[in-house]
Design a protein around this ligand. Sequence first.
Ligand code: HEM
Length: 474
Amino acid sequence: MSEPSPAKPTVSAAPGARPFRPWVPRPREAPADALTQLWLLARNPIDTWSRAHYERPVLWGKSLLGHVVVVNDPAAIRRVFIDNSANYEKDPLQLRVLRAGAKPGAGDGLLVASGETWKRTRRTMSPLFTPRRVAAFAQIMRLQADARVDSWLARRPGSIVEIDREMVRLAYDILSSTLFSEALASERTGFEREMMRLLDSIGRIDPLDVLNAPAWIPRLNQRRAAESRAWFETTIARMIDERERLIADQPDLAPDDLLTALLRASDPETGVGLTRAEVAANLFTFIAAGHETTARALAWTLHLLAHAPDWWERAAAEARGAPDDPAQWLEELPVVKAAFEESMRLFPPVPHLSRMALEPDVLAGVDVPAGATVVVAPWLLHRHKLLWSDPDAFRPERFLPGARESIDRFAYLPFGAGPRVCIGATFAMQEAMVALTCILRRVKLAPVLKREPRPVLRITLRPDDRIPMYVHPA
Ligand code: HEM
């Protein structure tokens, strides 16, 4: 690793300085034609949005995906996710993308399950993510975050760390030590490689999927995804075998983590547990849904804070005065939390949500025919001109107590909403707060490159390039 000279601040640190506006793609002046749309969907779907998408509450029309309604009106979004949620199912394209490479007969994890299977699985797993259970992980999260900061501080001041990779590793270490009690710890290299490959292949929407071509026509992304899934299947099967043996031979020694909990969990209504295929599918779901999302959110937050030194200083001062118990950090550090929430507004880790209307409906005065795809895109919603002032600026004050209460619940959806809201939201928020607090109180990061990373949608919103930063002791 090279160790160039320490950073020269390139951004004004003066209090009250103009807010930082991260790079954004220029919206298209007009919607893309069909061919361009196919190309953009495969390359970077956020480039498909036109100026009207950022300015109008609802847009509709025919596209390659059939009848599509893009909704940015909070009341209409509330109708999709809450008031009339039974009418809106996960749409077939999304399910095809998320299931890419899965073997036929492999159980559905919570993210892609539907109907009774989803209800039963959600009921069975909800008790594993209560705020009390999540708070019990705070100390381990802190140990992992501090260990990562230790590794930076062991280098010469002014060294460079690639913050995107570091956050992927930290999220991995936290997931592995909290949910799996280190059962995954020895797999880090393979995990990182296969997870990147998987998300990269399934996250590139295949034109054949958009065109609804028959399943027997081979897709390149399916083949790549299948190879990565095979690696996860083998690893997860081994984890389950080892844990089942431990539970059978020495039940008192089995750690009280997600792995044990899933093997022992039963539906509170029927007392029936999950099948082995369901346990495996859900372990995979938690690994896939819980890792990359949080890692990306953390990296974007550090990127934004490093370009807004006045906010960095405010958040760092608050982090240095944090109470001893990290379980309290989630609720007691409003500036750090506001910076994180503002970061998820600008760079929502899950930038695109969609549903299919089962029956006709009306959204914001627009007729929605049965079978239409309804798109609720946090990327658009969070930057919408009708909902936010100065939408492209990093202004954490929007989320400080006193201001945050006036944000419409359905104008800000980093974790979705309604029955299918993220089951790991509290876990993710606590993880992010602990990680940021440990980092802010001990180091100062400064951008190395003038060029900012561009957001690319591959299911999650990742940077198109590394994010190197100079690291100094605080
Ligand atoms: C910053 C981090 C995270 C973000 C932004 C995020 C975002 C989301 C969103 C937007 C949804 C709803 C998708 C939809 O409605 O179509 C979702 C669902 C889900 N998330 Fe998260 N997530 C995060 C972290 C986690 C973590 C840490 C876990 C688990 C440990 C997790 C597990 C899940 C699962 C299982 C679902 C499916 C829930 C269902 O359909 O019932 N997520 N997440």
